[in-house]
Design a protein around this ligand. Structure first.
Ligand SMILES: [Zn+2]
Ligand SMILES: [Zn+2]
Length: 267
């Protein structure tokens, strides 16, 4: 009976792609192939593949996930070609971060940029959750996901929280934690003063803007743990770097970063 009702609902309201709104044609064989292929047999990969299949049309999914990319090992920036600097972009060659490495779905441009703007400006929860699922899938292919003890998000000042009422980074972190079966700890970090929007500042002012803007709220319980810190976009990396500094000072072993998009000038 439930199956009939479900089929009827699908017939009357066919599922639509969360990005382009085109109708998703049901298929008996999964259109989304987990990559690398050897990971496809695990339950969590089958689950995420099924979730992605249900919410993205084939072209959008291929555009966002199923493509060969060369990325900077440190900051997750998508490189145009094999860098002469090895697996580092020019930015990371000059700068050293306190986090171990960052992973993104791609650079902040083209369709990914439009999706992030839509997610933030329209407070689009279904899209945010599906971008979180894409990020979870991307993280499954990383070498560090199994070492993560807990997942948290870049915190927002209470005043901005109140004004917006929507926390994209927190929703992304919660989704990634759920799909990767890791502990979601939204309260370990606090933003203790209001900061200017990083995107409005010159790159030289960004580190100063976030200096001492955050604090760890659970001292003593973070000794030796590995944390995955989630945000929507990483541009200069100043915010996640400052948070990594205070987490490491609180005893955290390693900080990894997961973002939807890597912004700024990358090469
Ligand atoms: Zn689509
Ligand atoms: Zn880099």
């Amino acid at each position: 009976m439930l199956e009939i009702a479900s089929n009827l609902r699908t017939l009357c309201f066919p599922p639509r792609c969360v990005n382009c709104q085109s109708e998703i044609v049901p298929s008996k064989t999964p259109k989304f192939q987990c990559r690398p292929a050897q990971l496809a047999s695990s339950y969590k990969h089958q689950r995420i593949a099924s979730l992605l299949d249900d919410h993205w049309c084939d072209p959008c999914l291929r555009n966002l996930v199923n493509r060969d990319r060369i990325t900077c090992w440190t900051c997750g920036a998508e490189l145009n070609q094999q860098s002469p600097l090895g697996r580092k972009c020019a930015f990371c060659f000059k700068k050293s971060f306190r986090f171990t490495r960052a992973i993104s779905l791609g650079n902040y441009q083209g369709p990914l940029q439009k999706l992030v703007i839509r997610m933030k400006n329209l407070h689009d929860e279904p899209l945010t959750i599906q971008l979180g699922n894409l990020l979870a899938h991307r993280l499954f292919t990383s070498e560090f996901i199994d070492s993560i003890d807990l997942i948290t998000a870049v915190p927002t000042h209470w005043w901005r929280r109140l004004k917006r009422g929507f926390q994209a980074a927190e929703m992304l972190a919660e989704t990634v934690a759920r799909e990767s079966n890791r502990q979601f700890s939204p309260d370990i970090l606090k933003c203790q003063r209001s900061t200017k929007k990083q995107g409005t500042l010159a790159s030289t002012s960004r580190e100063k803007n976030v200096q001492n803007a955050f604090r760890v709220s659970r001292w003593g319980s973070l000794q030796g743990v590995n944390i995955l810190l989630i945000d929507d976009v990483m541009t200069s990396g100043a915010t996640v770097n400052e948070i990594s500094r205070i987490l490491l000072r609180a005893g955290v072993e390693k900080v990894y970063v997961g973002v939807i998009a890597r912004g700024g000038r990358v090469s």
